[in-house]
Design a protein around this ligand. Sequence first.
Ligand SMILES: NC(=O)c1ccc[n+]([C@@H]2O[C@H](COP(=O)([O-])OP(=O)(O)OC[C@H]3O[C@@H](n4cnc5c(N)ncnc54)[C@H](OP(=O)(O)O)[C@@H]3O)[C@@H](O)[C@H]2O)c1
Length: 339
Amino acid sequence: MRAVWITRAGGPEVLQVREGPDPVPAAGEVRVRVRAAGLNFAEVLARQGLYPDAPRLPAVVGYEVAGVVDALGPDTSGPAPGTRVMAMVRFGGHADVVCVPSAQAVPMPERMTFEEAAAIPVNYLTAYHMLFRVAAVRPGERVLVHMAAGGVGIAVLQLCRTVEGILTFGTASASKHAALREEGCAYPIDYRTADWAAEVRRLTGGEGLDVVLDPLGGADTRKGYALLREAGRLVCYGFANLSGEGGRSYLRVAAQMVQVPLFNPISLMNQNRSVAGVNVGHLWHRRDLLGEELAALMELYAAGAIRPRVSATFPLERAAEAHRQLQERRNVGKVLLVP
Ligand SMILES: NC(=O)c1ccc[n+]([C@@H]2O[C@H](COP(=O)([O-])OP(=O)(O)OC[C@H]3O[C@@H](n4cnc5c(N)ncnc54)[C@H](OP(=O)(O)O)[C@@H]3O)[C@@H](O)[C@H]2O)c1
């Protein structure tokens, strides 16, 4: 097998493709020949040594793959060898072969490409879970998402389009605003040239938002919380502010950490606000939750309501370029590794 190893914390140059023997599936596992693997912001953070969930380095990360089952472990009844599956792994997905618990390997619809299938689990389950289970969005609400042109951001915009009258606000670099509009974003906001919170206040006539989806952390979480109107919900799901275009900086990390807001239940009560957190990587084993959500996503895919937007694909040998795309903010949609 070949896999992309993070050899130590650092820039994209620490990534290395190494060869090794194929893994043997354990009881209850299937082995998947990977045709496409999703690259996520979490893995860019892991490479920089900024992701607490990452395995100890050196390691192979990767949360999601699409490919073909080629072997079953003992006591495993399926999916049968030859089945095209999308699979939720933790970790090891950035490789040409990976073993995964059979319940986390789900047969792909016939029409779906491997690239699309590898772009769905993390981005769309995160977006779906936040919008429909945690924030329980309702028709006509106002929803803000940051990193709106990234993988999760675009999934959020597409899913919001499936609910009547939702008005979406999305922060992104100005060059990506046309793409955001194509995905249904009513108000793209250029956070690089304007104070995004002031812009939201202006656009909503001072009323604020019903739902804020926050993958940035630190001071931005605080600003998002302040924008909630009555019955507003803040969903925290990332800390991208820990990462900069130039790489890891302890000063930046410290400056962000001291700005993390602390929430007081009495204020939440009196302001009629909710704060929630989501980490889908910690839910991979919860087939009861995610199975239902994935089934709903497959129906939306079949109906043409959602379609992953692939920004770029890279062979394993060029994983460093893939990481740079995300870290240097050049992607619109999903970046994939294609062994
Ligand atoms: N909790 C969960 O379960 C979960 C699951 C998936 C993702 N996440 C989180 O969701 C966020 C988005 O993930 P993703 O994989 O969708 O992102 P992505 O596709 O990697 O998006 C990257 C884009 O985000 C924008 N951006 C804003 N601030 C940035 C920063 N500090 N560094 C780099 N890019 C920045 C850039 O676009 P502009 O040019 O427009 O700024 C960049 O192109 C991350 O915080 C990630 O950790 C959480």
